[in-house]
Write a protein that binds this ligand. Sequence first.
Ligand code: FPP
Length: 251
Amino acid sequence: MLFKKKQKNKTETENVDIKEVVENSGLTHIAFIMDGNGRWAKRRSLPREAGHKVGAATFKKVVKYCSDIGIDTITVYAFSTENWSRPKREVDALMRLLDEYIKTANDEDEENRVKYIFLGDKEALGEELKSKCLQLEEFTAHYKKTLNVALNYGGRAEIVHAVNEALKSGKTEICEDDISANLYTANSPDPDLIVRTAGEVRLSNFLMWQSAYSEFYFTDVLWPDMSPEEVNKAIIDFSKRKRNFGGVKNA
Ligand code: FPP
């Protein structure tokens, strides 16, 4: 997909065939920490919930874009185990947005549909939202591309959960593969690239096990303003990294 920039404001993203960059760079899994909804709203003197609403629309566009340019697995951090401590009004608004999103999640044309996997403990979501998540996972299980939505998710809690699941097999000693196989992301490769918006430079309990060899890209852009062009910048930056996975390349 050719992504052209305005002549006046030339950047490296100009005239780049981003599909080719994705393919050649081996980028199969991109993950997003969608930060900055609150600041986006504050700058406009709007309530935080308004930022989340625009953030949810941006989320849909970014997921579609990533899928269109050939990325097989996309993971988003929608709601952390720590986010419950936010004001009730904000938590309710986020849950409503998720509920609305799930209702329309399958409205895409057949060729654009994805397999949904909700990462996290569904128990705290309430019976109704929990069963909607389970249904969506079931109905979309046969699609090839994957969208992981981290919801009531915490990386440390996920590792503890995985260890406990692994121990159920009766083993007295477990190995790394046992943990990986029992993570919520068991069916996804580890993320190649993790993008965090809004200028924060931390992981915030996201994919702690899976990010061992991920590349990171940080941008000051607030999540509601995230665009295909900004995604391209992250991907082009990723394509230039040397990934040695602890070894030595071209030794
Ligand atoms: C962080 O921004 C964002 C969140 C805690 C929620 C992310 C949710 C969405 C993008 C929308 C809902 C998602 C779906 C899947 C429908 P923040 O509120 O911490 O921003 P701030 O740091 O500027 O206050």
